[in-house]
Design a protein around this ligand. Structure first.
Ligand code: 56B
Length: 344
């Protein structure tokens, strides 16, 4: 099976970084702690459907819900500040949502209002006014990159109509249960998923939204039916701005004094800049090291390995992302890098 280009890129970046490094002692410590925790309360794909905003019934229509959400799954961090009452917020079913969950609330609100928000034939041709109204905010701050989101809906919607008969289900089926093939199909068919840049004189790939799209389908379908992938371990961690915060808090990622000062001052990092690429690449590589340490812990554990859930980068990523969200106050002193991008 070919090595995932994202993992190869992450290894190269980790080997050539100047301002970010991985603390292997912290990796081993966290691997032991996480393994013990997962032996007690396994972290499995069941968690995915438990969230009230995620679809609870895996059907073909669910695939197109996941597609439109992961097409737009980027850049929710607020100029007003993480804990500002003005930050972009969507109230849905009496609950206030910010960040990624505000996006899910928008999509569900639109569907409740009778808009076929998971159909490419709708969002590829809807007017600016119709699409802007879908993302409307319940606070003064609007959703970041609204114009880009509208452009992506139109562009990706047209590709689905022209190449996949209007539904992402046909792209999933074309991949014949191979995650590596689906990843390749996504980034070849949709320019808006081509999350790649230059680092130290060569191209590097991250493909964050393309990979989380595959992972969300796998998780929603519990690895069965349309969500079955024979090589799901091919998928890496998704290089966003939230999981690096968990990795830095847990000590796996070490930032140079200059980088730390840059982030502490809330200064932005351009997409594709050296510092930003070092944070993203080392995050992916750190989770890979964590995964390998946990596999060693499992091979040495007394409990029969068959009773343990799979240990792959996806479940580690979901765990670390949920960890950051569930411990936002504890992590509030760990800076998040501020990159405005359609890619994460
Ligand atoms: N690496 C990684 N990045 C993820 C997710 C998710 C949502 N996953 C949930 C759905 C099913 C799973 O069970 C998870 O609970 C969103 N993001 C990214 O985070 C950022 C948003 O952060 P905030 O502004 O704080 O909401 C933004 O870049 C977005 O693209 C993930 O899982 N992993």
């Amino acid at each position: 099976m070919p090595l995932n280009p994202v993992l190869e890129s992450a290894h190269f970046i980790a080997e050539h970084s100047k301002d970010v490094s991985i603390d292997m002692n912290a990796v081993e410590k966290v691997a032991t702690m996480l393994f013990r925790q997962m032996e007690k309360t396994p972290y499995t794909t069941q968690v995915w459907r438990q969230h009230p905003l995620n679809p609870s019934h895996p059907t073909e229509a669910t695939i197109d819900w996941i597609f439109v959400v992961d097409l737009l799954n980027f850049s929710f961090w607020s100029d007003a500040g993480e804990f500002s009452p003005d930050r972009y917020t969507v109230v849905y079913n009496g609950q206030s949502y910010t960040g990624y969950w505000a996006l899910c609330a928008c999509i569900n609100r639109a569907i409740d209002e009778g808009l076929p928000m998971t159909q490419a034939s709708f969002y590829a041709n809807a007017t600016d006014e119709q699409l802007s109204a879908i993302f409307r905010s319940d606070t003064s701050e609007q959703i970041p990159l609204l114009a880009e989101r509208i452009r992506l809906l139109r562009e990706a919607g047209q590709v689905l109509i022209k190449q996949y008969n209007g539904s992402f289900v046909h792209c999933v089926k074309a991949a014949r249960k191979q995650a590596a093939h689906l990843l390749d199909l996504i980034v070849r068919s949709f320019a808006v998923f081509r999350d790649e840049c230059q680092f130290a004189g060569r191209p590097v790939q991250f493909y964050k939204r393309a990979q989380i799209l595959i992972a969300d389908i796998w998780a929603c379908f519990d690895g069965e039916g349309l969500g079955e992938f024979v090589d799901i371990d091919h998928v890496t961690m998704f290089a966003d701005y939230r999981v690096p915060q968990s990795l830095a808090y847990l000590g796996l990622l070490q930032y140079s004094a200059d980088l730390h000062a840059h982030l502490e001052a809330d200064r932005p990092l351009d997409y594709g800049s050296r510092l930003e690429v070092e944070i993203r690449g080392n995050s992916i590589w750190a989770v890979e090291q964590l995964r390998q340490c946990m596999l060693v812990a499992r091979s040495q554990s007394a409990s029969s390995s068959s009773s343990l859930p799979p240990i792959n980068a996806i479940l580690l990523d979901f765990y670390l992302w949920d960890f950051a969200k569930d411990n936002a106050q504890a992590l509030c002193n760990v800076p998040v890098h501020r990159t405005r991008s359609i890619f994460y």
